[in-house]
Design a protein around this ligand. Structure first.
Ligand SMILES: [Zn+2]
Length: 311
């Protein structure tokens, strides 16, 4: 299998990352092209396919050795049909993205949402690589989640498994993007703690406020900032406790910008989690930072393609 190479494609709001990845996870080459979704899916797909071919040529790789492509993107997808049902980022609706890419690349293409693909990447080569069951949670604009069991993404009946951000944790909480109230996302995303920080009167170093500023202020002994963080961690532990009691994971991998806070986040989170999850669940479950950073997307996407070939 060492000669087998897959394309990993990570479609972000600004750039599309493309990587050539060997079956052992070795990245031969990678680069990116602008997403420019306003040009429409057809032109978008052509630009990505042209770039993928260019990348293979530059690295003297025969196109025939590419076994397929995996794609990750932030969108509601019909994974079976290979359709983007809705991408809020790209303003696309009902796009047969897999069919378009398969035609342009002349290769089989698999797709999944960004959180699932990142979870697969971490489970393959990152912080979840020794785990039989892993839960990967992204703390960013929202709270995303992906479940990997025995090396494969667990998608559930309509590919909505792992939507941990919409676990209801707080009665009479704030309105969430999903239309419900009190979701974990409204309390523990980077967006949520910035909102809570602003409401509490915190101001960042350059006048604006970021999650990083709040952790920095707390580190300097600011009690208000510490209170915002304590709240965020408490609700995160409640949500993770629910998810962990259901999944009994070996590991919970935390990713997204907020995890740069390191032990200031993870140590109290582990302590709070131990009070929320069942003892027998908590004691086997490590909570660790992600290891692959922004690489998780292309690696997980490539893994999807490699798994499709192996199955
Ligand atoms: Zn929600």
């Amino acid at each position: 299998m060492s000669d087998v190479i897959a394309l990993g494609i990570d479609i972000g709001g600004t750039n599309v990352k493309v990587a050539l990845v060997k079956a052992d996870g070795d990245v031969i080459a990678q680069g990116s092209v602008p997403t420019a979704p306003e040009r429409g899916p057809e032109i978008f797909v052509k630009a990505v396919a042209d770039y993928a071919r260019q990348l293979t040529r530059e690295n003297e790789i025969e196109w025939a050795t590419i076994v397929g492509a995996g794609v990750g993107m932030a969108a509601f997808l019909d994974v079976e049909r290979g359709w983007v049902e809705e991408s809020v980022n790209l303003h696309w609706r009902d796009v047969p993205i897999v069919e378009l890419l398969e035609k342009a690349l002349d290769k089989p293409v698999r797709i999944d949402n960004d959180a699932n693909v990142a979870a697969l990447g971490e489970a393959w080569l990152g912080a979840g690589r020794k785990a039989k069951t892993s839960l990967c949670i992204t703390l960013g604009t929202g709270v995303g989640g992906g479940i990997v069991i025995d090396g494969h993404i667990h998608r559930g009946a309509s590919t909505m498994a792992g939507e941990i951000g919409h676990i209801h944790v707080k009665n009479q909480g704030a309105l969430c993007n999903c239309g419900h109230y009190g979701c974990l996302e409204t309390l523990s995303s980077a967006t949520a703690i910035v909102r809570a920080g602003k409401e509490a009167g915190l101001v960042g170093a350059d006048g604006d406020l970021t999650a990083k500023d709040i952790f920095a202020l707390a580190g300097q002994g600011n009690d208000v900032a510490q209170g915002v963080i304590d709240d965020m961690i408490y609700w995160l532990a409640v949500g993770l406790g629910v998810a962990a009691n259901l999944l009994n994971p070996n590991v919970i991998v935390i990713t997204g910008g907020v995890v740069n806070a390191g032990e200031a986040l993870l140590k109290p989170l582990r302590e709070a989690f131990a009070k929320e999850a069942l003892i027998r669940v908590a004691r086997v479950c490590e909570i660790v930072p992600a290891e692959l950073g922004s690489e998780a997307g292309v690696l997980g996407a490539a893994r999807l393609a490699l798994q499709a070939v192996a199955s």
